[in-house]
Design a protein around this ligand. Structure first.
Ligand SMILES: Cc1cc2nc3c(=O)[nH]c(=O)nc-3n(C[C@H](O)[C@H](O)[C@H](O)COP(=O)(O)OP(=O)(O)OC[C@H]3O[C@@H](n4cnc5c(N)ncnc54)[C@H](O)[C@@H]3O)c2cc1C
Length: 354
């Protein structure tokens, strides 16, 4: 039996960020990941600290940014890859009123750091924007599949990644440890994204899930080196390819691309694009979103060796490093979790034996 500090289940943005905490604190761990559906791999990869629909800041936006940006820089350096780049996010204005809303928003608390007072007036070849663009500051893009591939490879090299589905039925609680197959650990941290729905210990928590789809296009004449936001994103991928979307669907919970989403995206795209394009792909995934739009962190009230890192929602890139740090400090240094993210805000959702 191999002795560990932690078993991490799931290697998306959440699992990876928790592994980095363990790595940084010299803890012995393995990760079990099936290599199946992953919201992280289909995400747009954009980090953007402003909710552009309402011109508000997401929960703890400034702290999230201050932790996330150095974290991804550090990972790129450690893995010797170039999967992060700063990328402007430009809001397309559709009217003079839209422009006014931008200037009103700049005076809201916290927003002046992130919204540029200077409008972008240079035209973008291939985009209709008579009212110009507003630029969000401190934004960028992570090439998440590339980052995840490099991270997985480094874990495989050190024999820390087990590529198989985790079987919850094989967990045993012995003395003050958990035993899983040939491993004995102090704790298991579940970071399964929407896969949480199959976890018998935590499945009752209100992880609602929101399906998102992107269409990938190739547009030879579009000259865009920014993520463009109208009522959806156009994100440059390089080589004239762009990710367009994503949709939000609260009903459908599978990972299959649909023709309805494709039609919705293309109809919206045709309203802003003025050049030809061809569709070269489509992707779908389920965002791990909660009813109250807050993360799910903590330990199971009846099985304190089992911990949860989930509910990253629509902003997993910014959320993951901050939440992973918060969970680590809670587990190892008895720091109190904020009520807003603590799973004990749902005390009736836990059963004794599952
Ligand atoms: C279409 C779309 C666009 C998005 N765009 C952005 C964006 O631009 N910016 C942004 O910040 N966020 C974006 N998001 C949100 C972001 O992707 C998520 O918040 C984040 O990826 C969630 O990460 P996670 O690690 O919790 O889950 P996941 O990435 O889903 O990872 C969970 C992992 O656990 C594994 N797993 C699950 N169950 C088991 C099991 N029983 N055994 C073994 N392995 C298991 C899965 O295979 C997976 O690898 C987007 C999401 C979607 C769907």
């Amino acid at each position: 039996m191999k002795e560990l500090d932690y078993i991490v289940v799931g290697l998306g943005l959440a699992g990876m960020a928790f592994c980095e905490q363990l790595y940084g604190h010299d803890k012995k761990f393995i990760v079990v990941d099936s290599g199946g559906a992953s919201a992280s791999r289909v995400s747009g990869g954009v980090y953007n600290p402003v909710i552009l629909k309402r011109y508000t800041l997401p929960w703890e936006a400034e702290k999230l940014m201050d932790i996330a940006v150095p974290y991804y820089k550090m990972l790129n350096k450690k893995l010797e890859i170039d999967a992060m780049r700063s990328l402007p996010v430009l809001r397309v204005f559709t009217s003079a009123e839209d422009q006014n809303n931008w200037f009103e928003a700049i005076d809201k608390p916290g927003l002046s750091r992130f919204l540029n007072r200077q409008l972008r007036k240079d035209p973008i070849t291939g985009i209709k924007a008579p009212y110009h663009f507003g630029e969000v500051l401190e934004t960028g893009r992570i090439d998440v599949p590339r980052l995840m591939d490099a991270y997985s490879a480094s874990l495989l090299q050190t024999e820390r990644l087990i590529r198989e589905p985790f079987d919850h039925a094989q967990i045993q609680f012995i003395d003050d440890h958990v035993v899983y197959k040939n491993w004995k650990a102090k704790r298991i941290v579940f970071a399964e994204g929407y896969g949480l729905k199959k976890n018998p210990f935590f499945a009752n928590l209100p992880l609602v899930g929101n399906k998102g789809e992107y269409v990938i296009i190739k547009a030879e004449k579009l000259v865009l080196d920014a993520a463009l936001k109208s009522n959806f994103f156009i994100i440059p991928l390089g080589a004239k390819r762009y990710k367009v979307g994503a949709t939000f669907n609260w009903q459908d919970k599978n990972n299959n691309p649909t023709s309805a989403a494709r039609d919705e995206i293309l109809n919206k795209l045709r309203k802003v694009i003025t050049c030809d394009f061809e569709v070269i792909g489509q992707e779908a995934g389920v965002r791990p979103t909660t009813g109250d739009r807050r993360a799910l962190l903590g330990t199971h009230p009846h099985y304190p060796h089992l911990a949860l890192l989930n509910g990253l929602g629509t902003r997993g890139i910014m959320m993951a490093p901050y939440l992973a740090q918060m969970l680590y400090e809670y587990l190892e240094n008895d720091q109190i979790l904020p009520k807003t993210v603590d799973i004990m805000r749902f005390p009736k959702k836990f059963k004794k034996r599952v």
